[in-house]
Design a protein around this ligand. Sequence first.
Ligand code: ZN
Length: 259
Amino acid sequence: MKHKIKYWVARLQARLMSRLAPKTLHVPTDHAVITFTFDDVPDSTLYYGATILEKYGLRGTFYVAGGLAGTSETSRKLITESGIRELAERGHEIGCHTFSHANVAALKDAQLQSEIDRNRSFLSRILGDNKGGHGPKFNFAYPYNAVSYFAHRRLARNYRTCRAGENRINRGAISPQMLYGMEIRQPEAHSLQLTREIDAVKAQPGWLIFFTHDISETPTSYGCTPATFEKLVQYAVQSGCEILTVDEALDDYASAHAV
Ligand SMILES: [Zn+2]
C-alpha cells in the first residue's frame, strides 16, 4: 500500500511538472539529438562508459552525488574525487544529483538548498572551473527520478536543466526542470531493444536522453554490460543522429532559439 501511494505521488508530481512548470525550453523537431548520461557515477562508468564513448569520439554527462563519492556498496563502488577530475579532464560533462542522493520530493526547501550548495561546493573544490560543460550552471538529475513540482523554482534558479525518467523522448516545448530520460537497465534484452528508441528519434526527431548507472560485466539491475552499452553507442553513431552532452545539446538549442 505504502509503495502504491509513493508511486502515485511520483506520477502526480511528474504530471504537474510536465503540465504546469513553464515550458521555456524548445527542443527542435527538425534534427535528432541523442545524449548518454550516468547517474550516481559508479567507478565502472569511468572505466567502461567513458572509454566506450571516447572510442567513437563522443562524450557523456555524469550526474555526481558528492556524498557518495569514493564509497563502496555491496554491488558497486562509486567514483572517487580523482575519478571525477579525470572525467572532466577527458572532456565529459559533470552534472549534479543531490549531495547525499536525497529524494528532492522528500526535502524541505532549506534542506534542498543545502543539498544543492553542498554538491556545488564539493564539485567546485575538485574541478575548479573545469566542470566539463559550457553553461554557467550545472545540469541536474533527480535521484530516483523523483520529481518535485513544488521545488521547480528553486531548481530553476540553481540548475540549467533537471533530468527525470519517464522513458520518453523530448520534443517541442518542455520545462527545463522536466527533461525526460530513457533508462538503460536490466534485463540485458530490454536494453538491447532500446535501438528502437534510436530509430524512433531518427524517424520523428527530438532529444533522446539515455541514462544508466553502472557499466559492468556483472551489472546491478540499474546498469548494463559494456557490450550492450557499446552496441547502443554504435547504433546511435550509425543512425547519423547528433550525439551531444546535455550542455552541448542546450547550447545547440539556444543558438537556434532563445532559451
Ligand atoms: Zn541516482
